[in-house]
Design a protein around this ligand. Sequence first.
Ligand code: GBH
Length: 477
Amino acid sequence: APPAVGPGAKAFPPGFLWGTATSSYQIEGAINEGGRGPSIWDTFCKQPGAVVNGECGTVATDHYHKYEEDLDLLVALGVKVYRFSIAWSRLYPNGETAGEPLPEGVAFYNNLIDGLVRRNITPAATLYHWDLPAALEHWAVESPKRDNLINAFGHYSRTCFRLYGDRVKHWLTLNEPWVAAIIGHVVGEHAPGHKEKPGTEGYVAAHALLLGHLRSARIYKGEFQAAQRGLVGLTLNSDWHIPFDAADPADVEAAARNTEFVLGHFAHPIFGAGDYPPRMKAIVGNRLPAFTAAEVAGLKGSADFFGLNHYTTRRVKAQAPWAPPEGNYWADILTEDKPDPAWSQTDMAWSVVPSGFKALLVHIQETYAPAGGIWVMENGLAAAGETSAAALNATAAVERQSFFSGYLGAMQEAITEGADVRAYCIWSLLDNFEWAFGYDKRFGIVWVDFTDAARKRTPKPIFGWYQQVIAANAVGA
Ligand code: GBH
């Protein structure tokens, strides 16, 4: 495997923010403590076949009880920033639209944030990483139910800004609204597991999520930002898409269309010209909900930085049209996957293509030129074969090091070519509850023994590798 840093290393800009990321439901456990209400993931996990081996986040990594140990791991790693998420139902068990939050939930995040500040690590807090209070309507609803949901998100957001905003200066309203909307409401592999209305429900959910972001960001900017002097944004996931045949205009168009449906769906309203992308409106027609003029104006510029989660590149071919009368999300995009056989794949079967990361960063810079820069809030891989703490030095270590040397090198090249990338977080600090894959897929740079009641943590070889990168602010041989 390539060394972390050598004489020909690629340097990052001074002050570059290295970090790592987690999310509440994936690590905390303690689902019944402090009055926490159930989230839609607690209920989804109970549906037969929803999650591998019927697993759920009941204990997860037991971070709720072991967070001090995890904070010490962050110190050992040397990160500047730690991205975590707040579990809405620890503060408001039923997604209440008024009133005071639960004291134990408030205290948990106070302790976590104080622990970070004491260790000189910048906290970056996500308000919504998919653990919606089960008592609320899911996102795919229209007013007046949607108004109640957004009021609840606004109330919860305001509480977080008020309680934690003296120390948290980096807020993310939403994690990956595309995944929440499409995997939750079209594919059905994430909570709430809907797939009955593939032509409409994903768009309705995405619309509500955008309005939720708008409410939360507006509260921060209107009521807190002047005094607290922090930033509010969100993080969007995007794979990169390249044409199967670069000489075939239909494939070139298909790749651009696919990126527009995944990234542009959310980026165009917030970071672009405003509203949904014109081409998307033309394709989806009246199945795409409409914003009011005030909503278009409010969303535009509503994020202070561009959060990006990136994992893979897909090579796509234009598909022959198929259009059921009721519409279908995938028939709108009209691409089929043709991965390059030369690409290696991770344990998630996601292709490893560092050049796609570089191309995506340059695309974001050229298309949106976000004033607050691009913040890579997740990137990483699950590697197979990490079956025990003793087996950690095997092929998975080599696979991880070549993945990260490739992706960090590509990011440095994008920066050199003008992409204003300011931060980078590895997903994830710990092996954790990987949603529909349960504990089968290990994204952590720290191995967790899920058979051990103590959930013993063991840093993987990549942990030491990343330490060196951070210390040198550079990567490569
Ligand atoms: C993130 O989502 C989540 O934010 C995080 O909670 C999660 O644990 C982590 O990633 C790992 O899964 O099958 O080739 O078509 C990931 C978003 C969107 C990335 C879909 C991969 C599909 C690639 N994913 N994309 S492919």
